[in-house]
Design a binder for this molecule. Structure first.
Ligand SMILES: Cc1cc2nc3c(=O)[nH]c(=O)nc-3n(C[C@H](O)[C@H](O)[C@H](O)COP(=O)(O)OP(=O)(O)OC[C@H]3O[C@@H](n4cnc5c(N)ncnc54)[C@H](O)[C@@H]3O)c2cc1C
Length: 500
């Protein structure tokens, strides 16, 4: 094969939910563009996007307390919650478009309705939750939210959690029935099947080892075929680095100025998985607690009903931990390899600043099964050790940057699209809120990298995602309409189970 045959319009590195989403958007907007994918593992959605490696929450800020912080004057700031809710609605509409057009099928295999609940257990947290409920429940995006501190009502909602508690303990919860459980692994695989049908060349067991600019301004990637051991070069006008945790390492290879002075802080994780079907059957909700003081936001404990392989299961966690690997299947040298002359002071500053966090993560790794059970018993007082196993989850690599407000080496908890000034290459760093907002984030990639084409694409984007570029709060009728239509297409109007 000569080099011209190896040139495509687009190369996507990594077969996670982000590349799947970008590829699917591009196939709708520019169907003639040629696309190649390189993935080092055997299949799509095997890393953080895999159903066992993330919590499967369709994050729309219905239950995550860290999205509604309390201001110093005691008021609740709901701006972040509104933003995340609006971003999730974009994903819902795009997934619904793919289903409606038969590009992916059987939505039940990747999305199910499940109540999203917040649970608090101290007097001050009960007061906080009540204030949060009052701040959100009048907002159209959070319509339908219920609050209760009545133990009898809570027994109806969460019998397993209420069992074995004294009625005198302060406890309260909110509930939103419009929450979702999303199997991002299944969704990623469905989108890659669709891309394959559309002629996208997908190369599994192919690892991208290097990326460099060519003389004509495109990009060339050096790829190892992990099956045959051969190396090859492929070039494209546009490259998306969707390598999950290892995107930073790949971005650094490009040498673009935008890749400098950025570091990565890996946070690994563990889930507890219930192996007793009788216990699983007694819970039906995603229940988020409040992060302990000093704990990072991504380690908020939650007890989740999940649908994996069409089976209901129950997971608790994640327990955060420290690992030098940037992916679950990464290398112990990832962290060291990411330290470069241009980011060494940023990394060192973060090391000093985040000593408490590092200590917390190491303590979390050292927890015994019984210590983890004690934390689980804050949710299920009657939990038995033998009913719960441990499973390793994916890894999130948080971005470290120098910022004007917080100085050198500041840990960022969001996602960040980094792209070259000419828009010819883009990378996604960070992992929160994550897969739920993949469509919003990939639309941001398109806006940054294809500003000229966006004008022509806008009407097609609006056809697929009617609320693109629209504030939902200023267009409540449109929000209600898309809630109804996407619920219908995605099969989210199922009846709730009644506990015996
Ligand atoms: C514990 C945990 C819980 C989470 N919970 C949620 C949740 O409840 N809801 C939510 O919305 N999000 C959640 N997330 C975040 C979400 O999982 C991620 O944001 C999302 O899966 C990232 O997708 P991705 O495509 O960027 O990366 P990934 O899914 O990790 O995919 C990256 C792919 O790139 C491949 N790759 C890497 N380097 C190379 C290379 N050099 N060559 C070729 N291929 C390469 C990898 O093998 C991998 O397949 C959670 C994450 C974790 C870790």
């Amino acid at each position: 094969m000569n080099n011209s045959q190896k040139k495509t319009d687009v190369i996507l590195i990594g077969a996670g939910i982000m590349s799947a989403t970008l590829g699917s958007l591009l196939k709708e907007l520019a169907p003639d563009w040629t696309i190649k994918v390189f993935e080092k593992l055997d299949d799509a959605g095997e890393e953080s996007s895999n159903e066992w490696n993330n919590a499967g929450t369709g994050h729309s800020a219905l239950c995550e307390l860290n999205y509604t912080p309390e201001d110093s004057d005691g008021s609740i700031d709901i701006s972040k919650a509104i933003k995340i809710n609006e971003q999730f609605q974009l994903s819902r509409q795009f997934w619904s478009h793919l289903v409606k057009c038969n590009l992916i099928r059987n939505p039940r295999d990747f999305i199910r309705p499940i109540p999203h609940m917040s649970l608090v257990q101290t007097e001050s947290d009960v007061a906080f939750l009540k204030k949060r409920f009052e701040a959100l429940s009048g907002n159209p995006l959070f319509q339908g939210m219920e609050f209760s501190d009545d133990p009898e009502k809570l027994k109806d909602w969460i019998p397993l959690i209420m069992e074995g508690r004294s009625s005198k303990e302060p406890i309260a919860a909110t509930k939103m029935d419009s929450g979702t459980d999303v199997n991002f692994g299944a969704l990623t695989r469905m989108m890659f099947d669709h891309l394959k049908d559309k002629g996208v060349e997908i190369n599994y067991r192919h690892r991208v080892d290097d990326i460099k600019r060519t003389d004509d301004g495109s990009w060339e990637v050096k790829v190892s075929d992990l099956g045959s051991g051969k190396n090859d070069c492929h070039s494209a006008k546009f490259i998306f680095i969707g390598g999950g945790g290892s995107s930073l390492l790949l971005l650094q290879k490009t040498g673009i100025p935008e890749s400098k002075h950025i570091g990565g802080f890996p946070v690994s994780g563990l889930f507890m998985v219930c192996n007793n079907p009788k216990v699983v059957a007694r819970h039906h909700a995603k229940v988020y607690g409040k992060a302990k003081v000093g704990a990072p936001p991504m380690s908020v404990p939650h007890l989740d009903t999940r649908y994996i392989d069409n089976k209901e299961t129950l997971l608790f966690g994640p327990f955060a931990g420290f690992s030098p690997k940037f992916l679950k299947t990464g290398s112990n040298f990832d962290l060291i390899d990411s330290v470069k002359p241009n980011n060494v002071f940023t990394m060192l500053a973060a090391g000093v600043k985040e000593r408490a966090l590092t200590k917390y993560l190491i303590q979390q790794v050292m927890l015994s099964h019984e210590q983890r059970m004690e934390l689980l018993r804050e949710f299920i007082p009657t939990a038995k050790s033998e009913d719960w196993d441990i499973a390793q989850s994916g890894t999130r690599v948080q971005v470290i940057k120098d910022t004007q407000t917080s100085g050198k080496g500041t840990l960022q908890f969001g996602t960040e699209v980094i792209c070259a000034s000419d828009g010819s290459i883009a990378a996604l760093l960070g992992a929160s809120p994550g897969a739920s907002t993949a469509v919003y984030v990939m639309l941001e990639v398109l806006e940054k990298c294809f500003p000229e084409q966006m004008k022509a694409w806008e009407s097609k984007i609006k056809e697929m995602i009617p609320t693109f570029g629209v504030s939902l709060l200023e267009n409540v009728a449109l929000f209600q309409e898309i809630q109804t239509t996407t619920a219908q297409t995605l099969g989210l109007n199922e009846k709730k189970p009644v506990f015996s």
